[in-house]
Design a protein around this ligand. Structure first.
Ligand code: PLP
Length: 382
């Protein structure tokens, strides 16, 4: 068996052919700074950004393409959303299932005594009840931050119900879609989100170095930009322009990457999100059934496809999971991730702290044969 890639929650290693072609084509034929020069190739680079913005806006049902902002990954987007909106005295509600790209920016503001944070404890499978969020709201609550799915256990969060609560109390609502964009339909308007953060290089199938956010016009007015600089617009002004998207996009854009991301989104639209999800769930069903048959394995999280994305964390008795991951790679060419997956509170919630878990995250380009092969490898090793 050739290499089997089961670390799609980290990044999608195997992308649509279109993505590679579009990156090479951009490099060979355009490769200019967008929105700066008036010559044809610079204009072509600018058009790529515009087109990508439109594709992302369509994907997330965002009304005005200027509400789409590109960053280098979702970590940048989350930092911009969190640090740009919170002021001294604000209160934030988030959960114990968040990634460090949420936890660390919040912790640094907390350590400066600027904000107070409630980390709502999810259950042993990583699940959250929307009422838990509502119960934590006080008159200082400025922001609710919630991941759509855990990158450790795959647990899906009730993002729609929490959106209704945020809207009811007029609180800014930020959703981290790192693990779901490209696999689940995400409707910005319907979710009542103010800030939908996405990363380009996972299921959206773009290259690394891409990501961004969709922002409500209300939040965009109040959000301070963390990064200021050249935008190619209003160059006579010493101050950052205050209109979208320039307010939040300074410095030369990663146009080559954004062109790849655009191709990734085109592939998703052509294939159909539902078809992508159906294929992944078909594989997940086989994998889950197989895991359940191996007595040494304990599945962490819901172990139920209605409540999770096709990301599975396991432990295996006293077995060293780093060693198991190493053996899967070295003996079977199967790529997985072991340890703490940048989400320490999630591991505490799921009782896998500090040893962590062995994670298998499936993607659209995996096959049934690969899943069977992986299950056999696990059986042999255990
Ligand atoms: C839920 C979640 N949020 C944020 C991130 C950070 O993504 P990136 O490294 O693309 O910034 C990840 C990455 O694994 C994630 O799973």
């Amino acid at each position: 068996m050739d290499k089997v890639y089961l670390d799609n929650a980290a990044t999608t290693k195997i992308k649509a052919d279109l993505v590679r072609e579009s990156i090479l084509n951009y490099y060979d034929n355009i490769n200019c700074s967008p929105g700066r020069g008036g010559y044809q190739d610079s204009l072509a680079a600018g058009r790529i950004i515009l087109d990508a913005r439109q594709k992302i806006a369509d994907l997330f049902n965002v009304q005005d393409i200027k509400q789409i902002i590109f960053t280098h990954n979702i970590t940048y987007a989350l930092n911009m959303g969190i640090k740009g909106i919170l002021k001294a005295g604000d209160h934030v509600i988030t959960t114990t299932m968040e990634h460090n790209s949420v936890l660390r920016p919040l912790k640094s503001l907390e350590k400066k005594n600027l904000i107070k944070v409630d980390y709502i404890k999810c259950d042993k499978k990583g699940r959250l009840k929307p009422e838990q969020i509502e119960a934590a709201i006080n008159d200082k609550t400025k922001l609710i931050v919630l991941t759509h799915a855990s990158n450790v256990s795959g647990t899906l969060m009730p993002i729609k119900a929490v959106g209704k609560i945020a809207a009811k109390y007029d609180i800014y609502y930020l959703v981290d879609t790192a693990q779901t964009a490209g696999i689940y339909e995400l409707d910005f308007e319907n979710l009542k989100a103010d800030f939908l953060a996405f990363t380009g290089h996972k299921a959206l199938m773009g290259p690394t170095g891409t990501g961004g956010f969709a922002i409500s016009k209300k939040m965009a007015t109040e959000l301070e930009p963390l990064i200021e600089g050249g935008t190619g617009s209003k160059s006579d002004l010493a101050e950052q322009p205050n209109f979208l998207p320039d307010k939040f996009e300074s410095g030369t854009m990663n146009t080559m990457g954004i062109n790849g991301l655009k191709a990734g989104v085109e592939f998703i639209q052509e294939t159909g999100i539902k078809n992508i999800r159906t294929h992944e769930q078909k594989l997940a069903k086989i994998f889950l059934a197989g895991l359940k048959k191996i007595p040494e394995i304990k599945i962490i999280g819901p172990a139920n496809l209605k409540e999770q994305v096709p990301t599975f964390s396991i432990t295996a008795g006293k077995r060293d999971l780093g060693q198991l991951s190493y053996e899967l790679d070295n003996k079977y060419n199967i790529m997985t991730r072991s340890g703490l997956h940048c989400a320490p509170l999630a591991h505490q919630t799921l009782s896998t702290f500090p040893a962590g878990s062995l994670r298998f995250s499936l993607g659209y380009f995996n096959t049934e044969k690969e899943i069977e092969y992986t299950l056999n490898a696990l059986k042999e090793l255990l």
